[in-house]
Design a protein around this ligand. Structure first.
Ligand SMILES: NC(=O)c1ccc[n+]([C@@H]2O[C@H](COP(=O)([O-])OP(=O)(O)OC[C@H]3O[C@@H](n4cnc5c(N)ncnc54)[C@H](O)[C@@H]3O)[C@@H](O)[C@H]2O)c1
Length: 420
């Protein structure tokens, strides 16, 4: 497998990010197949052509099915809005393509379930765009936790705040409607926080939550005096219990003035504490209860070549990586997953459609708990446990596809599986 054909759907914020990643991944990593930038799609043919020239794709189209049906395309990058994810992903998987789809997985839980079911049967591999989990600072934190540096995990506390809808006069848009956006802050950014919690400390078993819509109506553009209802949440918070037994708190807001990408978390341990914030993505704060009381304090670890794959980007520590670099890491990861072809011992996807469905269950569970006023438990965990147990049975590999084995890897994550 020396090269793989790439088709890109959508050329906005994430479309450009995927295109840049596909450009950079071979030069940065070296030991991955070469991406061939075959065809790109956006709604407007003229815009698509311009973007194809800019991003270095050979051809352009205004019909996304041209990308899916193109025999030279092996991997489809889906960066169109959430409402299109299900239809595009199902079509791509049916055509035998590998799918790299942006988060959130889909508009509704039912859509996400359909996508996970299709992926379990498909030839192609899947990956979701949970790029923050690729941060070398987070990989290092995971190793420190697993190595016992902060002792037994006692608590996880995470926040994800941005201010992209903090202005109450911001016009009513597709983001405010269930039909076009689905969940509000839960689907937009809480899902990232859940992906990091899962990656670092394992699955969440139950949630009790509340949500709020700070601005219930917003002005309709070009219609003076008219307002539209905001149908989804601006703010969400949840008390959670992890499968391993400890508790956590997750909070998210899209109306937090001054916060730009405050995707921040703390893991409290019996002998120390770890803190990280995506706004300072090259830093990890570590406190260990060692030394004389008066000299103790958090120390800042600047990421560097020892925190792989930082070394693939830069030989000098503390010089800093950026947001787009996380996508390059994600592209390399997906290429390695595809190359491994599900062989035992090969690289398994960090968050494929099976694991992505779990994240969807958590964010929809938060919305459900807020509505019902009751705790929501994730019964799927029992399903994970079943697969986990089965994975140790020698006959398991004879009747289980590599994609379904991904479920077991997730269930067993606490003890064995490195997601990166
Ligand atoms: N991983 C991350 O950190 C991250 C960050 C931002 C957005 N996202 C996700 O990426 C996706 C896209 O968000 P964005 O911010 O790039 O949006 P965007 O509006 O900037 O870009 C979307 C693009 O898709 C195109 N498009 C829409 N419908 C299409 C169709 N039917 N066929 C082809 N092209 C179509 C639009 O014209 C536009 O160019 C969303 O699912 C979003 O949640 C992920």
């Amino acid at each position: 497998m020396t090269s793989l054909g790439i088709g890109l759907i959508g050329t906005g914020f994430m479309g450009k990010c995927h295109a840049l990643a596909w450009h950079a991944v071979k030069g940065t990593f070296g030991d991955v197949p070469t991406p061939r930038l075959e065809i790109l799609c956006d709604l407007d043919a003229e815009q698509a052509k311009l973007r194809a020239d800019q991003f270095g794709f050979g051809r352009a189209t205004a019909n996304w099915r041209d990308v899916i049906n193109d025999p030279k395309v092996d991997i489809v990058s889906i960066t169109a809005p959430n409402s299109d994810h299900r239809e595009m992903a199902l079509a791509a998987l049916a055509a035998g393509k590998h799918v790299w789809c942006e988060k959130p997985m889909a508009l509704t839980l039912a859509d996400a379930e359909a996508m996970a079911a299709a992926a379990a049967k498909a030839k192609g591999r899947t990956l979701l765009g949970y790029n923050y989990a690729q941060n070398p600072a987070i990989g290092h934190a995971k190793r420190l936790i697993e190595g016992g540096e902060i002792g037994r995990v006692l608590h996880f506390r995470g926040t994800v705040d941005e201010d992209y809808m903090a202005d109450g006069d911001l016009p009513w848009s597709w983001r405010c409607r269930l039909e076009t956006a689905g969940l509000g802050v839960l689907g937009d950014i809480m899902c990232h926080l859940v992906s990091i919690a899962l990656h670092l400390v394992g699955p969440i078993e139950s949630v009790s939550a509340d949500i709020d819509t700070a601005y219930k109506r917003r002005p309709v553009p070009n219609e003076p005096g008219k307002t539209g209802e905001v149908e989804n949440e601006d703010i969400a918070q949840a008390v959670v219990r992890f499968k391993s037994g400890f508790t956590g708190v997750l909070a998210a807001s899209r109306v937090a003035w001054g916060r730009k990408n405050h995707l921040a978390w703390e893991v409290h341990g019996s002998r120390g504490n770890l803190i990280c914030d995506q706004e300072r993505m090259n830093e990890l704060q570590l406190f260990t209860a060692e030394g004389a009381e008066g000299t103790r304090g958090f120390r800042t670890i600047l990421t560097g070549p020892l925190h792989q794959p930082y070394d693939r980007f830069c030989p000098a520590p503390g010089h800093g990586l950026g947001f787009n670099d996380l996508k390059v890491m994600e592209a390399a990861h997906f290429l390695r997953v595809i190359t491994a072809q599900g062989e035992p011992g090969g690289e398994t996807p960090l968050i494929d459609f099976a694991r992505g469905l779990y994240i969807e269950r958590v964010i929809h569970g938060i919305a459900e708990s807020a509505t019902s006023g009751k705790w929501v438990r994730f019964v799927l965990l029992f399903f994970f446990c079943f697969w986990s147990a089965m994975a140790y049975h020698p006959l398991f590999f004879f009747f289980c596809s590599p994609k379904i084995r991904g479920w077991s890897a997730f269930a067993d994550h606490d003890s064995k599986v490195q997601w990166t």
